[in-house]
Design a protein around this ligand. Structure first.
Ligand code: IPE
Ligand code: IPE
Ligand code: MG
Length: 241
């Protein structure tokens, strides 16, 4: 969206692939879930840093549609962590005026977790500060497939003219329909891939791949990446002035 690095403005929407919890735990000889708990604790201070850094939208990748391939112990531990996290943090998010949203395919999540997600969204619906979006059971291809299904239904039922479908149409069916596109996508832990995150939305995002493991990420590292973003020239296919 509008913010360009060239004019020194910071990114309005930052998306983070929070990777490296397992390796962080492994380095300490602890189970992977120990790393996930440490990772979850880092989220709060990054959210709190957003207003001071001019970040209006923060979207974080918590669980992918591919993460079900992990052991039953890890998946169950993560689901339990998400439930506890929402219960524990919600009051603080309301106090800090943080609007919480979730993206991803919800029906596959358990009913208790889904109820907590709905509650968190409802409780913070009036908040006007940072927009925190948590991607939970999220996959970019899955999101596009689900969006296409809804779009096709609208065509079949005569609500949408197929000749009118253009680049603006599909985004209206995506989970992210109320969010601007990310300006900057950060991935921790040294992997230079996007692992099915925000495929459509990140077409023109800037990327930062850093070696830091997610539980070691900090507001200082975050601020440094935003400063680097400010020096970039986002041309969007045009020639810079
Ligand atoms: C990211 O950390 C958190 C989730 C994917 C849920 P990982 O669990 O992928 O950590 P590594 O990549 O194995 O170190
Ligand atoms: C991406 O990390 C998903 C999340 C951070 C939630 P993964 O660790 O699952 O990605 P791969 O397997 O390295 O591609
Ligand atoms: Mg990983």
């Amino acid at each position: 969206m509008a913010s360009t690095g060239a004019d020194g403005a910071g990114p309005r929407h930052v998306a983070i692939i929070m990777d490296g919890n397992g390796r962080w735990a492994q380095k300490r000889g602890r189970p992977r879930l120990f790393g996930h708990h440490a990772g979850a604790r880092r989220v709060r201070e990054i959210v709190e840093a957003c207003p001071g850094l001019g970040v209006k939208y923060l979207t974080i990748f918590a669980f992918s549609t591919e993460n079900w391939k992990r052991t039953q112990t890890e998946v169950a531990g993560l689901m339990s962590l998400f439930r506890r996290y929402i219960m524990k943090e919600m009051q603080d998010f309301v106090r800090e005026n943080v609007r919480v949203r979730f993206i991803g395919d919800r029906p596959r999540l358990d009913a208790k977790l889904r109820a907590l997600m709905d509650e968190a969204e409802a409780m913070t619906a009036h908040c006007t500060g940072t927009n925190l979006t948590i991607a939970l059971n999220y996959g970019g291809r899955d999101e596009v497939a689900r969006a296409t299904k809804r779009l096709a239904r609208d065509v079949a039922q005569g609500r949408l003219d197929p000749e009118a479908v253009d680049e603006e149409t599909l985004p209206r069916y995506l989970d992210t329909r109320v969010l601007p596109d990310p300006d900057l996508v950060i991935r921790t832990s040294g992997e230079a891939r996007i692992s099915n995150f925000l495929l459509w939305q990140s077409a023109y995002a800037e990327y930062e791949f850093i070696d830091t493991l997610w539980p070691d990420f900090s507001p200082e590292i975050f601020a440094g990446l935003l400063a680097q973003y400010g020096a970039r020239d986002r041309r969007f296919g045009a020639v810079s002035a």
